[in-house]
Design a protein around this ligand. Structure first.
Ligand code: NDP
Length: 461
């Protein structure tokens, strides 16, 4: 049972530490000197939090997901490129093993990670502090993701003008996915092993159960860093997210190769998803308060999600359109643009409203909103976007997801994979967040739920 942390940490002070999760006093004292601790110097036999509740189906889920999801990525990509594009096709259009590997793909993946790491390290943009950690410290993060996107775009334009065949990404997509999956496995193993050298307070509360399979999956260490380089923060929004729109552009170039010009459907898919990625990087600072950064350890779940799942499944629509061209009427396109615009409006306004409220509740854009007090001292919004449903940002995100699939027509289910998967992800995420909020805010959260009864879709869910 998670309890409020007592035992605060201050620079240069020796004190005993309370394990916040099971309320047990740890069997040693730690001398804190700024952000380093003596305990960091030698491998720790950490006391596992066996009481920690298991998520994602516990050990069974943590064993099956790392096998099943990478295969799903390869399966979806294979089906998407087949003429039938049918997920129920039997036998499935599996790609021969020899076509899954290409050394060029490995070079491109390593080059891509190196480029994005270099851009991450550039001393441009501001530096922000994350939330206060369990040891009382706050980590610093470079906010230069939008710069990374802009520089990458400029480099790509130069490369395309110099004749680089970006459309070849279509041919290379399966070997690229194999390399990204391999990289996420290697990274997760590295993260798991190095976590045994991390101080106890640097571990995530949910990924330190003592079960190796589960901990490998959930991630033991909360904020693994090499020097100032934050591995989880880097992976969250850079290589995978920017990689996704580069792959989309590759599909557009492939369409140009095949049919001389990009279709309206392809332009819409590229435009909508570019807007989404640009928005995420423009508002990069907001990621510092998300569940992924604040709560989840860095293990296979996030590494695979960031490096392989996002870039290779979120853009299936563009890949589908290369093999299955669609014609869109002006009316249809207008309706889809309006749907995406409405989704984006709800998504952006609601996220900005909460972020502004959490940063400065006295700001004139949020001071008039009705709130309820909680025992933690933090207040909860019960009017404005957060009085409409409990997760208005998820509602906007789902409307956008639908708008990304509609340009692919109604003949196949495959381009709707993202919206179907994303609906289940957000329902699950909402349940996880709800549980954490109930643990944090207790009765005040129940009052909020009574005041705002619908979770994501008004009058339905
Ligand atoms: P949210 O931005 O929805 O934040 C949830 C937190 O907000 C709660 O834990 C609570 O934290 C705070 N909160 C909840 N209700 C209120 C309220 N009434 N008043 C004030 N604060 C409240 O979390 P996510 O990280 O799940 O989502 C962020 C965005 O990322 C969303 O738009 C989502 O759609 C998107 N997303 C996209 C994904 C993708 O793959 N495309 C994957 C996951 C998310 P506290 O009180 O501690 O501040």
């Amino acid at each position: 049972m998670q309890t409020a942390c007592s035992g605060r940490n201050y620079a240069g002070v020796t004190f005993s530490v309370i394990n916040c999760d099971d309320d047990e006093r740890l069997p040693y004292n730690i001398t804190v000197s700024w952000w380093k601790t003596e305990a960091k110097m030698k491998p720790n036999k950490h006391k596992a939090l066996h009481s920690a509740e298991r998520e994602f189906g516990g050990t069974l889920g943590a064993t099956c997901i790392p096998v099943f999801l990478p295969l799903t990525v390869l399966y979806l990509l294979s089906v998407c490129r087949s003429p039938e594009a049918s997920v129920l096709q039997w036998p499935p259009p599996l790609t021969p093993a020899a076509h899954l590997w290409d050394p060029l793909a490995a070079v491109l993946v390593v080059g891509w990670i190196t480029l994005q790491s270099f851009l991450y390290l550039l001393p441009i943009g501001k530096v922000s502090e994350g939330l206060v950690l369990r040891d009382g410290s706050r980590l610093k993060y470079p906010i230069n993701g939008f710069h990374a996107l802009s520089i990458t775009a400029a480099l790509l334009i130069v490369c395309v003008l110099l004749g680089m065949p970006l459309g070849y990404l279509f041919e290379l997509i399966l070997p690229l996915a194999v390399c990204a999956i391999g990289l996420s496995y290697l990274l997760s193993m590295y993260l798991y092993i190095r976590s045994f050298w991390a101080p106890q307070l640097a571990l995530s509360l949910g990924g330190n159960t003592g079960n190796p399979l589960y901990d490998f999956f959930m991630g033991r260490e909360l904020n693994p860093r090499i020097g100032d380089f934050d591995l989880k923060y880097f992976c969250e929004l850079r290589p995978g997210l920017i990689g996704w729109v580069v792959i989309n552009l590759g599909m557009l170039m492939k369409e140009v190769e095949l049919r001389d010009s990009p279709s309206l459907a392809m332009l819409l898919v590229n435009g909508f998803q570019l807007l989404y990625v640009t928005d995420a990087l423009w508002n990069e600072e907001a990621v510092l308060t998300t569940m992924d950064i604040v709560h989840d350890g860095f293990g296979f779940m996030l590494a695979f999600g960031d490096l392989a799942w996002v870039p290779f499944t979120y853009g299936l629509q563009a890949m589908f359109l290369v093999v299955h061209p669609q014609s869109l009427s002006t009316l249809g396109a207008t309706g889809i643009i309006l749907l995406n615009g409405m989704g984006y409006f709800i998504f952006r306004k609601s996220n900005s409203q909460k972020n502004q409220f959490r940063r400065d509740p006295t700001h004139k854009s949020v001071e008039h909103l009705e709130t309820i007090a909680t025992a933690t001292g933090k207040r909860l919004l019960v009017s404005g976007w957060w009085g409409f449903v409990r997760h208005p940002n998820y509602l906007g995100d789902l409307l956008m997801a639908l708008a990304w699939s509609l340009p692919c027509g109604m003949s196949h289910i495959l381009p709707y994979f993202y919206v179907i998967y994303f609906t289940s992800l957000l329902i699950h995420r909402e349940a996880r967040d709800e549980k954490q909020c109930r643990a944090k805010y207790g009765l005040a959260w129940d009052t909020y739920c009574r005041r705002v009864p619908y979770r994501i879709i008004p009058f339905i869910y």
